[in-house]
Write a protein that binds this ligand. Structure first.
Ligand code: NAP
Length: 487
């Protein structure tokens, strides 16, 4: 384990900070975290919309090694989460390693020297042995192609590019989209806006969840007894819900999925009083096919008198508002596009060129994929955290990244032993993984007949299609025979 390696970590979001902390923990200091913006936090920096909340319980949405007794409530808002990551990065000594305003434009592998040259937009470059791509998943806003959008006289903007100048108070606000983002924005605006028009193309299933504040006394107790935090983080009900979810999505006619569907259906039936509105809000696809909405208050807010749910298709945007296909016009001051993200980009548009000039665009011509979500043939010593085909769902991506790190670091250890300079999965292993994954993915609930960012361009679910336990087991130890080690 003597060989000193040089690393670039791309992105100072949750996963990049994790990688930095973990390298420091190993006594490895020869690394830099390249962050394209001037601040850390990734998705919690990009998203600033009103109502921004993480729908994973706060005590379960931390690094396992950095519990936080100070959370204000069971589910917390984005700014509090962002402050958590800032504090952890500072407490664990990662800040000096982050180079801000450093957008990576390319990473090029030289097989002779087994090094990557990582170039930054400012003209600098870094020659390293290992690249950790921790650049996030949902960070390229998808702007809908609605005719006339550019003619709108008020502020129209994507949810992840919040415009602080937009009129909200006593204003007429349209929200295109009702995914996790759109519904959180709606719940935050009903008390401020004169009118909220929810421009809903497809309704969503909503899982009811509890929400409550922690008292000062509870926070004091958390500080004094971390086991109380563990009791929440590893709470049997919370984990039972995760296991129910992951077992349910992979066994779509099993009892877990039936339970999820019943909980969502009952929530709709019991919460929404007006039968006409209830039908507008009733999806025509199975629960969890699109990402489930976890909310304690959406149905309350959507029934407020200043909310109108518009289900007709949008024809065009006009200077004063939105015209529907049936001619109905909604006059608006502000138009929020909660229309999701290009989920197939990952580290791109930065170019990545591996062995023999192979490009990531070529490798991902059909769909973005990676062997067990962490590595790609022809791209040696290039590892992804929260890369393609990892688990997605209603649980913490922090836990996912931590499990992936444990796997990746075992491959890195092979390089540190000095017997190999480069490691990558074999093409056979990759092909076998993809074949098994795609076959299983088609049988998951994500492939049961709806559109969502969970599907790739060919309509195949793009994620981990097996149980959560199968993921944890797979990440425990690489199968070294599936890797090519080059001396
Ligand atoms: P999303 O789930 O992709 O939802 C996009 C919404 O916009 C959908 O309702 C979609 O309708 C609609 N839409 C897209 N293009 C449209 C068009 N041209 N005309 C009309 N409607 C259009 O995006 P998101 O809500 O930003 O959420 C993305 C993901 O971010 C979530 O699934 C989740 O993983 C993550 N997220 C998590 C949290 C959290 O609390 N943990 C919060 C926010 C986001 P269709 O359904 O008909 O396509």
């Amino acid at each position: 384990m003597n060989k000193e390696l040089r690393y670039v970590i791309i992105g100072a979001g949750m996963a990049g900070i994790l990688a930095g902390i973990k390298l420091l923990e190993r006594g490895e200091t020869n690394f830099v975290i390249l962050e394209k913006t001037n601040a850390l936090g990734g998705t919690w920096r990009d998203n600033r919309y009103p109502g921004l909340t993480c729908d994973v319980p706060s005590h379960a949405y931390t690094y396992s090694f950095a519990p936080n007794p100070e959370w204000s409530s069971y589910y917390v808002g984005g700014p509090e989460i962002r402050r958590y990551f800032e504090k952890v990065a500072a407490d664990f000594g990662v800040m000096p390693y982050i180079k801000f305003n450093s957008e990576v434009t390319s990473s090029v592998f030289d097989e002779k020297t087994a090094t990557w040259t990582v170039s930054v937009a400012d003209g600098t470059s870094h020659e390293v042995d290992v690249v950790i791509a921790a650049s996030g998943v949902l960070h390229h806003p998808k702007i809908p192609n609605i005719p006339g959008l550019e003619t709108f006289k008020g502020h129209a903007f994507h949810s992840a590019r919040w415009n602080d100048e937009a009129k909200l108070d006593d204003a007429r606000v349209g929200i295109v989209g009702c995914g996790s983002t759109g519904i959180q924005i709606l719940t935050a605006l009903t008390g401020r806006a004169k009118q909220v028009v929810a421009l809903q193309r497809s309704p969503q299933w909503v899982m009811p969840v509890p929400q409550f504040d922690y008292t000062d006394a509870e926070r004091e107790a958390f500080r004094n007894d971390p086991k109380l935090i563990d009791d929440i983080r590893y709470n049997k009900d919370y984990w039972a819900a995760i296991i129910r979810f992951t077992d349910g999505i992979t066994n779509i006619d099993g009892p877990e999925m039936a339970e999820i569907e019943e909980l969502c259906r009952q929530n709709l039936e019991n919460s929404v009083k007006d039968p006409a509105l209830r039908e507008k809000l009733r999806p025509n696809y199975r629960a969890a096919c699109k990402r489930l909405i976890y909310s304690w208050c959406y149905y309350d807010h959507v029934q407020k008198p200043n909310v109108y749910v518009e289900t007709g298709g949008i024809d065009r945007v006009e200077p004063e508002g939105v015209r529907m296909q049936d001619g109905t016009f909604h006059a608006l001051d502000t138009l929020v596009l909660a229309t999701g993200f290009h989920a197939d980009r990952f580290i791109r548009p930065a170019s990545v060129i591996g062995r023999e000039g192979k490009t990531l665009d070529d490798a991902w011509a059909v769909r973005p994929t990676a062997y067990y979500a962490v590595s790609i043939p022809d791209f040696p010593n290039f590892f992804l955290l929260n890369g393609p085909t990892g688990p997605v769902g209603n649980f913490s991506l922090i836990d996912i990244a931590e499990a992936q790190w444990k796997y990746v670091v075992q491959l890195i250890d092979r390089l540190k032993e000095g017997n190999a300079r480069a490691v990558e999965p074999t093409k056979d292993a990759m092909a076998d993984y993809e074949e098994r994954r795609i076959a299983a993915a088609k049988r998951t609930i994500f492939g049961s007949g709806c559109t969502s960012w969970y599907l790739d361009d060919t309509g195949v679910p793009a994620s981990w299609p097996w149980s959560y336990q199968a993921f944890v087991d797979a990440m425990a130890k690489p199968n070294y025979e599936d890797y090519r080690f080059a001396a």
